[in-house]
Write a protein that binds this ligand. Structure first.
Ligand SMILES: Cc1cc2nc3c(=O)[nH]c(=O)nc-3n(C[C@H](O)[C@H](O)[C@H](O)COP(=O)(O)OP(=O)(O)OC[C@H]3O[C@@H](n4cnc5c(N)ncnc54)[C@H](O)[C@@H]3O)c2cc1C
Length: 397
């Protein structure tokens, strides 16, 4: 059995996405990274392929596919353009999947067809200028008014797809976490709101330029200044955010790990080809033991990454929380491995590896973000250690 393509449908999906990526994503990757430009039209066009709502239910315009399918698409896109893949992830996993599994019937039937087709582009806003890993340390607040509407105040930071262009056009719809009070034990009560473009008080503070990597995706600061959101745009009951956040984070971490796998695969391909083409001292450089160490170790790491990504994917049921040990574990392992493999590729390729034209320079920069976004390495270490305390039998199961 091929763990990465467990069914005929998965194999066909992979081939379709790989061909499409080769034709449409690969040719634009270099320029969009260079100019820090997000390819909005290319992302929208993925609606025609049925990929923007990959995990959303078919009755709302989604494809209704599983976590393995999600991992396949992220791996394939990221092997060509991780920045573009990150924008896809923010839309399809952080917004669309969240809404598909946690929204009300009315919210799903009104918004899902638009985000599945690409008419609307979505984002998810959890992080703030002063609170990232410490999610409950957020200060963005929402207060319900006498007429039932909610008034949101605060700032969100580092939001992928937060703006759609350099002029600061905001995302069409954002999944926003805000504090709505404290419970009887003094714990922060967090709630989720659907904020749509045109709602008063919602704007882009700034597009964040000069990122190390992922430059083909837009990252923005969002401002909510007495932003008024209708009563029907709260998701679930006040205080219910942690439930959806936890379930969705597992799929986010799996697909970020799949992106790491794509980076690793491409880096390995590039270094393997180069090691044959390049000669020094009258030998192919692949004959040198030190080069063999880079290639051999990268292969072994890549194969381990692939097994862990697809083992986690095959066991992850979208919409239910409970696989945190492996969604944290797979992201912890694969993101650093991807960075190391991209680094090995750059070393094998010498000076050519250090310039953008040969791809791995971009992959090397992009890989670093995966150790930070969607949870830092340290947060995964913390979660795994905590979960193994609660469930030590997980080790021998
Ligand atoms: C390009 C990019 C895109 C992003 N996209 C999004 C997005 O779409 N939506 C969104 O909401 N966010 C997004 N983020 C934010 C990202 O998720 C956060 O950067 C990340 O969660 C870390 O938060 P922080 O940057 O505030 O760092 P902090 O949480 O302040 O962490 C700083 C350091 O302290 C460490 N640390 C913190 N707490 C602990 C602890 N308890 N134990 C040990 N070490 C600890 C961290 O591991 C880290 O090394 C994005 C970030 C980037 C750079």
């Amino acid at each position: 059995m091929d763990i990465a393509n467990p069914s005929e449908e998965h194999m066909m999906l992979r081939e379709m996405v790989r061909d499409w990526t080769q034709e449409h994503v690969e040719p634009q990757a270099f320029e969009h990274d260079k100019h820090e430009r997000f390819n909005l039209e290319l992302l929208r066009s993925m609606g025609e392929l049925g990929l923007l709502g990959i995990s959303a239910q078919e009755e709302y315009g989604g494809a209704g596919l599983d976590a393995t399918a999600c991992a396949i698409v992220h791996e394939e896109l990221s092997a060509s353009d991780p920045g573009f893949a990150l924008a896809y992830l923010a839309h399809s996993m952080l917004f669309v999947n969240n809404l598909a599994y946690n929204g009300t019937e009315a919210q799903k039937s009104r918004i899902l067809p638009k985000v599945c087709s690409g008419e609307w582009i979505g984002a998810m806003a959890m992080s703030e200028p002063d609170a990232g890993t410490d999610v409950l340390g957020l200060s963005t607040s929402a207060v319900q008014q006498d007429d039932g509407t909610w008034r949101i105040n605060g700032r969100k930071m580092w939001i992928t797809n937060g703006c759609l262009d350099d002029a600061g056009t905001p995302a069409d719809v954002v999944w926003v976490y805000a504090k709505t009070g404290t419970d009887e034990r003094g714990r922060v009560q967090m709630s989720t709101f659907l904020v749509e473009a045109g709602m008063p008080g919602y704007s882009v503070g700034q597009k964040i330029f000069d990122k190390t990597g992922m430059r083909a995706s837009n990252t923005a600061e969002l401002v909510f200044d007495d932003c008024i959101v209708p009563a029907e745009n709260i998701v679930g009951a006040p205080g219910e955010s942690l439930i959806h956040m936890m379930g969705n984070l597992e799929l986010e971490r799996l697909t970020l790990a799949a992106m790491a796998l794509g980076i690793a695969r491409r880096s390995l391909e590039e270094m393997n080809r180069y090691a044959t083409e390049r000669s020094a001292f009258k030998s192919q450089i692949r004959d040198f033991g030190q080069m063999q160490r880079y290639i051999g170790e990268s292969w072994a790491k890549y194969r381990s990454m692939r097994a862990y990504v697809y083992d986690t994917a095959n066991n992850l049921t979208i919409g239910t929380a409970g696989q945190r040990l492996d969604s944290d574990g797979v992201k912890l392992f694969t993101t650093t491995a991807a960075k190391e493999i991209a680094d090995a590729a750059m070393q094998v390729m010498g000076g050519y590896g250090y310039v953008a034209e040969y791809h791995v320079e971009r992959l090397w920069r992009d890989a670093k973000l995966l150790e930070i976004g969607g949870g830092t390495l340290e947060s995964h270490q913390k979660n795994i250690t905590r979960d193994l305390f609660k469930d030590p039998d997980a080790i021998t199961r």
